[in-house]
Structure formats: C-alpha cells, structure tokens
Design a protein around this ligand. Structure first.
Ligand code: SF4
Length: 147
C-alpha cells in the first residue's frame, strides 16, 4: 500500500482550495494500492484556510522540531495551528500503519508534506513537513513529488 498526498490525486484539500493536475504516473496507480490522505484536513482545518509556515525551526528538520515543541506552525495572521498539524499527521500515521503503508509520495513545499533533505528544490518552502517527520521516524520511505 502506498500513501499519497490527497491533493496530488486531485482532491480539493489545499489551503487555497485549488485542484492540482494529477501526474500521469500517479493516475495510473491501481486505486486499491493507494491511500490518499491530507493531514491538514484530518487535523480539522478547513478548505480554504489561511496559508501556514513553520517558524523557529532548524533548516532541514522543521517537521521534527514542530513535533518536539521546539518550533511552531503559524498562519500568516500569526495563529498557532501546530496542534492541528500534529493531530492530522498522527491521524495519517495511524491509518497508514493500519493499511500497511511502507512508502509515501508527498507534495513538495508543504509544512505538512515537504521532504527535501538535500535542499534541491529551487522553489521556496520547508525542507521537512510535520507529517514527513512523523513517517520517517516510523521507518517509512518518503518521496517528494514536485508540482
Ligand atoms: S500538501 Fe499535504 S497538507 Fe497540503 S493539501 Fe496536500 S495533502 Fe494536504
């Protein structure tokens, strides 16, 4: 079973409600093999919602720092939504473990889903999302999908 960021499969889960085009290779995956989830929606956040960013984190380990309480996720208005991000990531982890997920394809540049440990993405954004950090800590493979 493969975990995929829900927005990569055309679900309207993004903060701005915009629907992304589905990469052809993802569209061809057998639906029975794919678990499509959005941690921010599972954490109780709405669509649309204010964009959020991780603050006070060490570059490259932003998600881990949020999980450890060393950093926070703030909306552009300054509202602390760290608890929702962590709860959503934990909800995804529980479902992924129950489904036997070993690999996740997650969207780039997201405070939940980003995974760019070598800093190769030329576009701005965190290197590690909160969900990514949680999945990696449980030994899952995470592959970033740039869109
Ligand atoms: S990038 Fe992750 S958190 Fe953001 S909309 Fe997609 S699945 Fe949800």
């Amino acid at each position: 079973m493969i975990l995929v960021s829900a927005c990569l499969l055309g679900q309207a889960t993004r903060y701005d409600g915009r629907v992304l085009a589905v990469p052809s290779w993802l569209a061809q995956l057998p639906s029975n093999d794919v678990l499509a989830l959005c941690p921010e929606v599972l954490g109780g956040l709405t669509v649309p919602r204010p964009p959020a960013r991780i603050v006070d984190a060490n570059p490259g380990r932003e998600g881990l720092d949020v999980l450890a309480g060393r950093a926070r996720v703030l909306t552009m208005e300054g509202l602390d939504v760290s608890a929702a991000f962590i709860a959503g990531a934990q909800a995804v982890l529980e479902r992924a473990l129950a489904a036997g997920v070993t690999r996740a394809y997650l969207k780039d540049r997201s405070p939940s889903c980003a995974h760019d440990p070598l800093g190769r993405n030329p576009r701005p954004g965190p290197a590690q999302g909160v969900l990514t950090a949680l999945l990696l800590a449980r030994g899952m493979e995470v592959v970033e999908v740039r869109v």
